[in-house]
Design a protein around this ligand. Structure first.
Ligand SMILES: [Zn+2]
Length: 335
């Protein structure tokens, strides 16, 4: 399969809903639109099919400039429209569209070749900056994620939120691939289906189109809170878990998602295990090493945190936990 590209978009794209785009754009497609400043802004949406805020914000942006010139050239990528048609992050037969970008640890596939080509094309076009728009399922504030602590990256993320997450794992994310060629950020816009998420993302994308440059100046420490992801937490594959069945191997606490972006003290319980001898979760650090013992302990069938930490992306959605992870654990960075 080759990468689809187009220099204009079907007018129906301005009004269609995310679940129906697949009929209009059946394959992942890269669109290029001219603008007053020639270096294009790159925006990717729907890398996860159920995360519709990015598409709706992009749609508002296209509506705004449907009859006037764009302040800057715009290249945008509509990712997993097939999964979007089913309201899913990805289909079971597919790789995660945000784990396949250059730097990925997955074996080569046609999807991987396609996104490699996108990065090459955008490098050739001397891309100005890259924005990948996502939602998450738990209760989380809006924040930007970056893979480099350079001032331009911090500026780009800080324009969206004072809350910024610096991460180096997992590999194969869009944001990390574009970080090699331009300032790059992933937006986390809260849960899908919230109008204020769409408005916030739209205002941000529109501001980025109007930027003439991203300065090398440092962001003032009082304007920004940067956290570093120190571990990704997964529930082990053979462990059945739930939020309501006391007979499951791991019974997770129902108020977990309230802990997102909150300092959680050592000793806090995340759930209870049925069999006290088996650790049900794995924590993986940014180098891909297992660090479960540093963060978790089992005491009297209680799954507890060993140290003070700040979680993000905790969700009550069992499907998401299975397909992605239970959460990330973070530490604050002093700039
Ligand atoms: Zn996502």
């Amino acid at each position: 399969m080759n990468l689809n590209q187009a220099n204009n978009y079907p007018p129906e794209l301005l009004t269609i809903d995310a679940q129906s785009i697949h009929k209009l754009v059946p394959e992942p497609t890269l669109f290029h639109l001219d603008g007053k400043q020639k270096q294009p802004l790159f925006i990717s949406v729907l890398l996860h099919g159920n995360e519709t805020t990015g598409f709706l914000a992009l749609q508002k942006l296209l509506q705004k400039y449907s009859k006037q010139a764009l302040p800057r050239a715009l290249s945008f990528y509509l990712g997993n429209t097939e999964a979007a048609s089913q309201g899913l992050r990805r289909l079971d037969k597919q790789d995660d569209f945000n784990r396949i970008w250059p730097g990925t640890e997955l074996p080569p596939t046609s999807d991987i070749k396609i996104v490699e080509e996108i990065v090459k094309i955008m490098a050739k076009k001397n891309v100005f900056a890259s924005i990948d728009v996502h939602n998450n399922t738990g209760l989380n504030p809006h924040y930007g994620c970056i893979t480099r602590l350079d001032n331009q990256f911090l500026q780009l993320a800080n324009l969206f939120s004072r809350l910024v997450v610096y991460f180096t794992h997992p590999k194969g994310v869009q944001c990390g691939a574009f970080a090699e060629i331009c300032p790059s950020v992933t937006l986390e816009c809260g849960k899908p289906g919230q109008a204020h998420g769409v408005d916030h993302a739209f205002e941000y994308l529109n501001s980025c189109l109007h930027l003439s440059e991203l300065t090398e100046q440092a962001v003032l420490p009082q304007d920004i809170d940067v956290y570093h992801t120190v571990a990704q937490v997964k529930i082990n594959k053979d462990v059945d878990f739930s939020f309501d069945n006391p007979l499951s191997a791991l019974l997770l606490d129902k108020d977990l998602e309230r802990m997102n972006f909150t300092e959680i003290p050592a000793g806090t319980q995340l759930g209870q295990v049925f069999d006290h001898s088996t650790m049900p979760v794995s924590a993986i650090n940014s180098k891909g090493k297992l660090v479960t013992d540093k963060f978790f302990t089992l005491i009297d069938k209680r799954l507890q945190l060993n140290i003070n930490t700040m979680p993000s992306m905790l969700t009550l959605d069992e499907h998401v936990i299975r397909q992605d992870c239970l959460c990330y654990l973070m530490e604050k960075i002093k700039l």
